[in-house]
Design a protein around this ligand. Structure first.
Ligand code: 5GP
Length: 208
């Protein structure tokens, strides 16, 4: 016997209706020195609905960095305890330190319809995409690889060994750029910011 055709679900049953629309999940990755932090800060200044996801890390704060704003700076024991309690959406070891994305904040902000911006390394970005296929992955790069080295040296906050290590990581991470939804060249900050802004507009309109 032919199975009766199921009735289409109502809007409410589909989860539509009056429910708050979830915000965008935007993941940005780049090699250190590519201008990612500056771009993220400028973008958030203009897009009031875009909130930064503050990660937890075991590395020490750099001069000027604030606990709870740039990162939550925690001990390794505290980090592992969070991992154990499954409080992190993803985590990674980058340059000898642990970094992780707290789940609670992400869920809460998105449920309120806020767009969330995550600054993650490649492992983290791909893990988030696996978890949340709707996440928008953006890879920021400099026009030439040599620009990275120049920028890293000019900010002089790292030792020579650290610079070399960061360049090595950058070379490795660049190989994953094609797996991102978008790649943005940071030739000039205002231009790159406009490109990012346009991407967020496109993605917001997609989900309207
Ligand atoms: P930095 O120490 O320069 O602030 O960050 C080093 C790297 O760690 C950057 O590539 C940054 O994107 C990445 N990172 C920061 N927070 C997280 C996180 O929560 N998870 C992952 N996977 N990477 C992160």
């Amino acid at each position: 016997m032919k199975k009766p055709h199921p009735l289409p679900l109502s809007r409410r049953e589909r989860g539509g209706g009056q429910r708050q629309k979830k915000g965008l999940l935007v993941v940005v990755s780049a090699a250190s020195g590519a201008g990612k932090s500056t771009l993220c800060r400028r973008l958030m200044r203009h897009r009031k609905n875009l909130i930064f996801s503050v990660s937890v890390t075991t590395r020490l704060p750099r001069p000027g960095e604030k606990d709870g704003e740039d990162y939550f700076f925690v001990s390794e024991a505290a980090f592992q305890a969070m991992r154990g309690r499954k409080e992190l959406v993803e985590w990674a070891k980058v340059h000898d330190h642990f970094y992780g994305t707290p789940k609670h904040f992400l869920d809460r902000m998105r449920a309120q319809g806020k767009d969330v911006l995550l600054d993650l390394d490649v492992q983290g970005a791909l893990a988030v995409k696996k978890h949340f296929p709707e996440a928008v992955l953006i890879f920021i790069r400099t026009p030439k690889f040599s620009d990275l080295e120049r920028r890293l040296r000019s900010r002089s906050s790292e030792t020579e060994a650290e610079i070399r290590r960061r360049l090595q990581t950058a070379r490795r991470e660049l190989r994953f750029a094609h797996r991102y939804d978008y790649q943005v060249i940071n030739d000039e900050i205002p231009k790159a910011e406009k490109r990012l802004d346009k991407i967020l507009k496109i993605e917001t309109n997609k989900h309207k």
